[in-house]
Design a protein around this ligand. Structure first.
Ligand code: GLN
Length: 471
C-alpha cells in the first residue's frame, strides 16, 4: 500500500474522495516525509506551517463538491523559490533576496490556491535559476534522492528531488534553458516546459524574459497535464501570455511520427542504450522514426548563452541595493551599488551579468546579440519546417545520467549540459522530459519537443512511452 505522500495527484484525489484519508492526513504524511528525509536531501529552503484554514476549506470543498471539486483540491505541492507566494520569502536561492518577502501571489499560485491546492514550502535551486546542478544555491546544494553522491540537476533541483523522494505530491519549477526538464531526468520524474506564453510569468523572478516558463514536475504524465491545465491561460498581468488557439490545433495521432534530429549521436539508438530500447519498443507499437535535419541546432548553445545572459543582466539590474533585498552602505551611491551587488550575488550570477553586459555593449551588440537573435529566428523556422513532417522530436534530455558533486567545476562543461534543452526555450516550443531506464541504475530522461501550443501531443507521446515501457 502506498503512503499518501507517495501517491500521484490522481491517486491522492481519488483517495480523498473515497475518504481513505483526510486532507490533513495527506498534509501530515508529506511533512513527516520531509522531516525524515530532507535533513540529508535539502530539497526545501523552508517548510511552511500548516495553513489550517486552507486545509479545512479544501476538506469541506471535497465533501461538498465530491467529483466536481478540482483534482488539485487538498493536494500539497512544493514551489520553486523564485515563484512568489504572498507573505512568504522568495529568495531565488540568493543572498541578495534572502529576506525578501513577496507582496503578492504569482498568477500560477493564485490559480492553484483557487483550485484548493496547498503549499508545503519553497524548494532549493541554483541562484536566480542559473545552473544545471543546484550547486550554485547560496544556501548549499540539494542531493539526488536516487543517489546521494549525485546532483539532482538544476536549476529546479529542489523541486525535482522533492517529487522523486515523495516529499510532496507534485511541484512547480521554472525553465529558461532546461531547468525543469534536466532535473526531472536526473531524478526520474516527469517535467514539462510549456509553450512560451502558455503560462503567466507574473510573479516569477525573471531570468531570461523571452525564455522563462513555469511548469510542472510530477510523478506521472497525467499529473503534469493536470498541473499544467490548472496554471495555464491568458493573463492580463503578463502581456506575453497567448490566447487559446493562437497556433493551429493538432490532434493526437494513434501512431506518432517521431523525428530524430541529425545531431543525436546514432550510438544512443543502439539496442543496449535506454533511448535505443525505447525507440525499438515505440516502433514495435507502430510509431515511426523519421530522420530530421536541423543544421542551425549546432549553434543553439551559443545563441542561448548570448541571449540568456543579456536578458539576465538586464533583469538583475533592478537589484541595486536600493529597492529590494541586500542593502550594503558605502560612502557614495556608487559604493552602495557595488557593495550590495558584491555581497548579494554569487560567482555564477556575476559571470553572467558580465557576459550579458558585454554582448549588449555598443561595440559588440551587432556582433553578438543581434547575430544571436537572427540565428534564433532561423532555428525557429527550421523547427517549424521539421514539424511539417513529424509530430514530435525525440532526443535524450541530457548527455548522461546525474553527475557527481564537483564534477563540472568548469562553467563551460556545465553549460554543455543544456545541449538538448535550450532549443525549446529559444523557439518557444513546448517540451517534456520523461524518465526511462532506471532499474537499479540512475534514471535518464527522454525528451520530446512539439509544435507551439501542442502540449496535447507531448501528453499523448507520454502515454505511448508509458505503454511501451509496460506502465
Ligand atoms: N542550465 C541552464 C542555465 O544555466 C538553464 C537554466 C534555467 O532553465 N533556468 O542557464
Amino acid at each position: 500500500m502506498k503512503k499518501p505522500n507517495e501517491m500521484t495527484i490522481v491517486e491522492a484525489a481519488r483517495a480523498l474522495r473515497a475518504r481513505s484519508f483526510s486532507v490533513r492526513e495527506l498534509w501530515d504524511a508529506c511533512i513527516e516525509a520531509i522531516r525524515a528525509r530532507d535533513g540529508e536531501l535539502h530539497a526545501f529552503l523552508e517548510v511552511f506551517d500548516a495553513d489550517e484554514r486552507a486545509i479545512a476549506a479544501a476538506q469541506a470543498r471535497i465533501e461538498a463538491e465530491g467529483d466536481s471539486a478540482p483534482l488539485l483540491c487538498g493536494i500539497p505541492l512544493a514551489v520553486k523559490d523564485n515563484i512568489l507566494i504572498e507573505g512568504k520569502v522568495a529568495s531565488a536561492a540568493s543572498r541578495m533576496l534572502a529576506n525578501y518577502r513577496a507582496t503578492y501571489d504569482a498568477t500560477v499560485v493564485r490559480k492553484l490556491k483557487e483550485a484548493g491546492a496547498l503549499f508545503l514550502g519553497r524548494t532549493n535551486m541554483d541562484e536566480f535559476a542559473m545552473g544545471s546542478s543546484t550547486e550554485h544555491s547560496a544556501f548549499g546544494p540539494t542531493k539526488n534522492p536516487r543517489g546521494l553522491s549525485r546532483v539532482p540537476g538544476g536549476s529546479s533541483g529542489g523541486s525535482a528531488a522533492a517529487v522523486a523522494a515523495d516529499l510532496c505530491v507534485a511541484a512547480l519549477g521554472s525553465d529558461t534553458g532546461g531547468s525543469i526538464r534536466q532535473p526531472a531526468a536526473y531524478c526520474g520524474v516527469a517535467g514539462l516546459k510549456p509553450t512560451y506564453g502558455a503560462v503567466s510569468r507574473s510573479g516569477l523572478i525573471a531570468l531570461g524574459s523571452s525564455l522563462d516558463q513555469i511548469g510542472p514536475l510530477a510523478k506521472s504524465v497525467e499529473d503534469a497535464r493536470i498541473l499544467h491545465d490548472a496554471i495555464r491561460g491568458k493573463d492580463p498581468l503578463d502581456s506575453t501570455t497567448i490566447p487559446d488557439g493562437l497556433y493551429p490545433q493538432r490532434t493526437v495521432p494513434n501512431t506518432f511520427r517521431i523525428g530524430i534530429p541529425d545531431f543525436v549521436n546514432r550510438t544512443l539508438l543502439h539496442s543496449d542504450q535506454p533511448l535505443g530500447m525505447l525507440a525499438k519498443k515505440l516502433t514495435d507499437d507502430g510509431h515511426t522514426l523519421v530522420d530530421v535535419a536541423l543544421p542551425t541546432n549546432q549553434y543553439a548553445l551559443a545563441i542561448y548563452y548570448i541571449i540568456m545572459p543579456a536578458e539576465a543582466s538586464t533583469n538583475l539590474a533592478r537589484l541595486d541595493g536600493i529597492r529590494y533585498g541586500c542593502a550594503a552602505r558605502g560612502k557614495t551611491l556608487l559604493d552602495d551599488y557595488v557593495l550590495s551587488r558584491t555581497e548579494g550575488f554569487g560567482e555564477e550570477v556575476r559571470r553572467r551579468i558580465l557576459l550579458g553586459t558585454f554582448v549588449l555593449s555598443s561595440g559588440y551588440i551587432d556582433a553578438y546579440y543581434h547575430k544571436a537573435q537572427a540565428a534564433r529566428s532561423l532555428l525557429r523556422t527550421e523547427y517549424e519546417k521539421a514539424f511539417e513532417k513529424v509530430d514530435v522530436i525525440m532526443t535524450p534530455t541530457a548527455l548522461s545520467a546525474a553527475f557527481a558533486f564537483g564534477e563540472k567545476k568548469d562553467p563551460l562543461s556545465m553549460y554543455l549540459e543544456d545541449l538538448f534543452t535550450v532549443t525549446a526555450n529559444l523557439t518557444g516550443m513546448p517540451a517534456i522530459s520523461l524518465p526511462i531506464g532506471g532499474g537499479g541504475q540512475l534514471p535518464v530522461g527522454v525528451h520530446f519537443t512539439a509544435p507551439h501550443q501542442a502540449e496535447n501531443l507531448l501528453f499523448g507521446i507520454g502515454e505511448a512511452v508509458g505503454k511501451a515501457q509496460g506502465a
